[in-house]
Design a binder for this molecule. Sequence first.
Ligand code: GCW
Length: 688
Amino acid sequence: KEVDYSLCWLEYSKIDDEPYREKLSKVVKNIIAVGQDKFTQTAVEELKTAVTSLVGFEPEVSKEALCGDNPISGIIVGNVTDALIMKYISDDEIQKLDEEGYVIKSVKENPGLVVIGSKNGHGLVYGAFSFIKHIQLKRDVEEVHIIDNPKCKLRLLNHWDNMDGTVERGYAGRSIFFCDNKVTNSLGRIKDYARLLSSIGINGVVINNVNVNKNAIWLITPKYLGDLAKLADVFRQYGIKIYLSINFASPIYIGKLKTADPLDEDVIKWWKETAKTIYEYIPDFGGFLVKADSEFNPGPYKFGRDHADGANMLAEALAPYGGIVIWRCFVYNCTQDWRDTKTDRAKAAYDIFKPLDGKFAENVVLQVKYGPMDFQVREPVSPLFGGLERTNQLIELQITQEYTGQQIDLCYLATMWKEVLEFDTYAKGPESKVKYVVDGTLFNNKYSGFAGVSNVGSDKNWTGHWLAQANLYAFGMLAWDHSFTPEEIAREWCVRALTNDPFAVETIVSMLMRSWRVYEKYTAPLGIGWMVTPHTHYGPSVDGYEYSKWGTYHRADTKAIGIDRSVKSGTGFAGQYHRENAAMFESMETCPEELLLFFHRVPYDYVLKSGETLIQHIYNTHFEGAEEAEKLKEDWVKIKDYIRKDIYEDVLERFNRQIENAKEWRDVVNSYFYRKTGIPDKYGRKIY
Ligand code: GCW
């Protein structure tokens, strides 16, 4: 089937290694589907599509093992309770499987036979995709033995798609879900999207923006539910549930009630009826995502109630059907006076949600942005991780590159995410890392996991920048299993999606691995953040948000820059962490240097560990960052011959823009500080 968009890592080109293909052919020539259910069908269809392209012939599919007792070769796909599967998979192996897990095993006594088994259908689909990956990476099929389970229960994407077809903070074209205030009927593309997501383990998508306005308010009504049900049918085949963002004041807008007070009888009843209707259309509907009392969205505060009142009321409406409420913690005063130095936006989420810890219903999950501010290129980890001990929680990561180069600049985010996940909260002593909070093991949560703000749109490569596909891929992989390294993920993605030439692969992996740091170097220094062009958030504007209402200030003067967030003399934010981290952030000496200006107000002549002064560090990193951006392009040029021509050209054009952007950042930031301080660059480089 010809489509006018890329299939990313599922774009199968024929395996060029003859001997490997030969070996493989013996195994993949038969597919034996034990069950008849829709997941088995999906798994078989995927295996068939992949084999046909990768190996070059269409495998035979049979419903039962035609073999009787004779040795057979092929892939058997089925539930671990099926007799045929049980023959080859031990109890011990079955024991190790979770709900969504799978086992892939080549049968020793029966060379050429591979079994893919799972406890439920989702697992079978994951198992099929995993086997496909296995062969794309040319791993041994005669020795395969994988038992794999997702570490996190919820692995969600959040789309900030509006019904008019625009995407808030989207850099990859239009919405794939909505157009002209209608739900899309291009279900072919949706199916391919479901395939891509399922192949990286995603099990839920929130399809509309958290800012729920105009028509989107009505998505939870029969006006749209029929069309949404069709989307849900497509996703369901791949083990993915759909969720909707809702407007907390819906009972007023839709129900024509006088209030949306979560404790009001009529409001409670209205939500219960609404939930009932939704589940009539979509029996496995995932639930609601709610941005309440945040950036002008209505919430329980409006009615004199707190966030637990609001979330629990919705949770009760969804509970009979197994739905959940995902409640965002991105709540802060967005009409701050910049003159007010007491209010600290970084403190808001913890101040609001910590006192509510333990008060949320069983089917409520709090969704917490990884940092206390807003997806900056460098932030400390939110103190809510480790702070909330009796509440389900999801970590919210931003795959779309709002503050990290907008899919023009290369910025592989897995390196950042990994640092966040490895951060030790000390909530229960050492080894209380964020990764153990979000996989639910530290506090034994019923629901937990990852939510990623999607970077996907209608562009033919889905993500604007071809290499930004790696971020989507990495998000899924880490949500599935946070023990993967960013490097192995990058390599895998590269081989599957771009090229398998070893030199080209290593070059691209190296580019990806250093790209976050490069981006950080030429933008705002040492964790202070912002300094971006207001509203668009691309390109430099050092004072762009300095005198605004958003609570995002650097407070640079001629002597010093940064915010004192210590307990002793500052806003006290550092005190929101557990003792070990609070102490570390409290003092300038022990605060990690990359976060120095986030936590401290630092004079320009302060000497850093490198021996350079703060001002010199700012100059150095900005010159280096711009140079390293040019190096990224040089590397890309070196591998020209190994990359498909149109991809090569597209990416080259992005690097040219990145170089311009980096130069602009370098000169604006350096000039700003030179003009503030009058201190020249000790290496005499050009500052304007
Ligand atoms: O990062 C900010 C964005 C807003 C976004 C908001 C949020 C969807 O600038 O565009 O709104 O965060 O996360 O709710």
